[in-house]
Design a protein around this ligand. Structure first.
Ligand SMILES: [Zn+2]
Ligand SMILES: [Zn+2]
Length: 213
């Protein structure tokens, strides 16, 4: 098994979790032994989110998708954004809020669950009125948490530990852009994303009746 950041290895990661006896869980109750809480902060690309969500549904898994209302990179209120929410729900996933401090904009699109985007230590674990903060206890605990940030696992890829049931339970943060776009480094994955984005924007231009002849 090669621990690269590809959809193929993500499939293997999910298979490892199933082999280790884990079941999917969300942020609606206190974590229990055997829970795999799949969390996705969507920073850059709804298309990447859908690609990863389809892989999970194929594998019989589901997760919680944290979507931004203040993203520089996508518009949740656009037809693409509304379609993404619809597709994620249809695949059996949950929708939560990836918020930009201090703006908590929970509306009917979101479960009352918040993950801050690029949080500072001062507010990262602070309680949020009317919502779960995914980085506060009981959902966050260093021994029960792994993140793929910038294609760097601080403690290595967790697939072997998942397969052997080494975690009592785990909150696993997966950024879909890293896995859905090809690249051996973060830089390369981002270049792949930008190439795909150009193609998508050309389609948007056609849909907006812009004369591209
Ligand atoms: Zn691995
Ligand atoms: Zn983020």
């Amino acid at each position: 098994m090669t621990c690269d950041f590809s959809l193929a290895h993500y499939r293997e990661l999910l298979g490892a979790a199933q082999a280790g006896g884990y079941r999917c869980a969300g942020f609606d109750r206190v974590p229990e032994g055997g829970d795999l809480i799949l969390r996705h902060d969507v920073d850059l690309s709804l298309a990447a989110a859908i690609a990863v969500a389809e892989v999970e549904a194929d594998a019989g898994a589901w997760s919680t998708w944290f979507l931004m209302t203040r993203s520089t990179f996508y518009n949740l209120a656009s037809p693409e954004g509304e379609g993404a929410i619809e597709r994620l729900r249809a695949l059996g996933h949950r929708i939560a809020h990836h918020a930009v401090y201090p703006h908590v904009e929970l509306d009917e699109r979101f479960d009352p669950v918040v993950a801050w985007h690029n949080p500072d230590p001062e507010f990262m674990q602070a309680p949020i009125e009317g919502a779960v903060n995914v980085m506060e206890p009981p959902f966050f605990d260093p021994a029960h948490y792994r993140s793929d940030s910038n294609q760097r696992w601080r403690h290595g890829c967790p697939h072997a530990e998942l397969a052997s049931g080494a975690f009592e339970w785990l909150q696993l943060l997966i950024h879909p852009e890293i896995w859905a776009f090809d690249g051996a480094t973060m830089r390369e994955s981002m270049e792949s994303m930008l190439d795909a984005d150009r193609a998508a924007r050309l389609e948007h231009l056609h849909a907006d009746r812009i004369d591209m002849s």
